[in-house]
Design a protein around this ligand. Sequence first.
Ligand SMILES: [Zn+2]
Length: 121
Amino acid sequence: MRPTEHVRNAALLLLGLGLLTLACLYAQAGIWPMAFATSTGSWICAEAASHLRHVARERRQLAADLERLARPQTDPQALADEIALSWADLEESCCPASWCSRGLEHDPDCRAPNHPKETRP
Ligand SMILES: [Zn+2]
C-alpha cells in the first residue's frame, strides 16, 4: 500500500466508526431513519476500505508477476554445471584463501609446493 492509501484507509475507518457511533446514538434516541442512514454510511465506509486493500493487494501481486517475468531465465543444467566446476576448483586449490583470492593469497598454514611466500628450507 502506498502511504496515501494508508491515510485514505485510516480516514475511511475513522469516518465509519464515527458514523457507527452516530447510528448508536440515533438508535438510543429512537430516531430510526437517521440510525439506519448513518449505519448504512458506516457500512459503505467499511466496504470502501476493504476495496482499497483488495486493489492494493492486486497491484502488489501484479508487480511481483511482472518482475518475475522480467527476470532472465536460467537453465538448470547450466547452473548445475557451473556449481560442479566451482566445487572442482575448490577441491583443487591448496587452501581456502587461495581459492577465494584466485591463487594470490594463501593461509598461513598452507603447505602447497608452489606457495609463493614459502621460505621453509
Ligand atoms: Zn594455499
